[in-house]
Design a protein around this ligand. Structure first.
Ligand code: CA
Length: 156
């Protein structure tokens, strides 16, 4: 079923007015990752803005779902490792574990955590930071390094 385009702003406004969680449009992991990685900074409408974090951050397709890109697969592998160790890690913990490990899932020469800092895609080798590696590393370290992405302590 297709709706006329003019209906969309009204639908969106109705959802906001009713405070309906936008989880259906913004999956849970993404809602957790965006504030953890500070992608919401200065954007009060981040929950409604799909450009804040592309689905291709972790997925192959813009629409999400399977298959996952190399960074998404690194997160999955970390979940598996945690499960085998008897853990029940939450997604923010797994995300931090993977970032802290300084892996380079897409093999583009910039570690995943540096790509997060530079706002490029850690699972897409065609998306790379514009800064040369030493300059990016220096800025990242000055900003607090991987500790910037420590999971929020508040448990849900
Ligand atoms: Ca990349």
């Amino acid at each position: 079923m297709t709706r006329p385009a003019w209906l969309l702003p009204g639908v969106l406004a109705a959802l906001v007015a009713a405070s309906v969680p936008v989880a259906s449009a913004m999956p849970k992991f993404r809602l957790q990752a965006i504030p953890q990685l500070h992608y919401d900074a200065g954007n009060p409408l981040w929950e409604l803005d799909r450009r804040v974090m592309a689905c291709t951050f972790c997925h192959v397709r813009d629409s999400g779902g399977a298959p996952w890109n190399p960074f998404g697969r690194a997160l999955q592998a970390a979940f598996v490792t945690d499960a085998r160790a008897g853990g029940k890690a939450r997604f923010p913990d797994v995300l931090y574990t993977v970032l802290k490990a300084e892996g380079d899932a897409d093999g583009d020469g910039y570690s995943d955590v540096l790509e997060v800092y530079a706002r490029t895609l850690p699972g897409d080798p065609d998306s790379v930071p514009t800064l040369p590696l030493p300059a990016l590393r220096a800025a990242f370290d000055a900003a607090g390094g991987a500790a910037q992405y420590v999971p929020p302590t508040q448990r849900r």
